[in-house]
Design a protein around this ligand. Sequence first.
Ligand code: URA
Length: 336
Amino acid sequence: MDGSAESLRGYLEYLRDLGIYDVYRTSDPSDDPALAAWWKSVATPVTASAPATPQRPANSGSPSPQRPAAPVQRPAPTPTPQRPPMPSSNRAPDIVITPPTAAAAPHAYDFDQAPAPTGQLAPPAMPLVSFNNLAPLPTERVAPANKLAALQSVRDTIGDCTRCPLAYAGRHNIVFADGDPNAELMFVGEGPGADEDASGTPFVGKAGQLLNNMINAMGLKREHVYIANVVKCRPPQNRTPEPKEANTCSPFLLQQVDIVQPKVIVALGATAATYLLGVKQSLANLRGQWHDVRGAKCAVTYHPAFLLRDPRQKGEAWKDLQRVMVELGLKPPARS
Ligand code: URA
């Protein structure tokens, strides 16, 4: 199997795990930008002589280069559902679907009572597991001098990751983290945006500028804290990461938390809170209290991108950060 066939197979298996079984029925791959991008990267260009859509050779036309001509006439339909075999030696065998017999269907199905079709298969629910329940807590701390190397080894494990569809969604850089491996304070965001994807560093765009200001207002510099995201690759159009994507990436963030072992984690926005805490609740419910995340105290506050859209909430976010400052014994810098 060559690389692209293997990649195709892997992706189809991946889609199947997601509960998507009818990928072949996608009428227009551009409906799904990730799929379209991936498809473009692996698809073999169609040669000029090949029809754009698979077609049976016309009865009177010349045979296609790939397939020998089909018999001019199909045999008359028979009562069995099996199609007669094609005479060609290189034609793939037809798949014969045998309808269930009465014996195989012990209960008659009352179609009048059948629920109306929804038009979509319900995807299997993704389990939402808190970071505390994802893995046992580490029994030993990583020595401060070894944290940088330990984090680098997590980064090396991630490699040029293709574990989830975000790898095929136009990613330029995997955005691992930024800041001090020995930080007492860690910020966790949702996922990289365009600027972060281009630079490989979290929170460097407009939301990042605001986060820097928030950090400075706490009397700290960006280099004093550790910053990471729930997913390390940019979701297309900055959409919220899908559960499968977040769950695939979470073990790496968990290892980062376990290595840095900050005293306080600030979850920036609902996505970070949802995956760190393993609960899907409103920010209003989650703010204003301490949560435990792998031995660290976790505060939930608004995402800087949200604060850019609704600056009136900056005061509320500042209240959250002040509680963090009390916990860490920080004083805001004197105003000049
Ligand atoms: N938003 C995030 O959640 N993370 C980033 O790194 C940038 C923007």
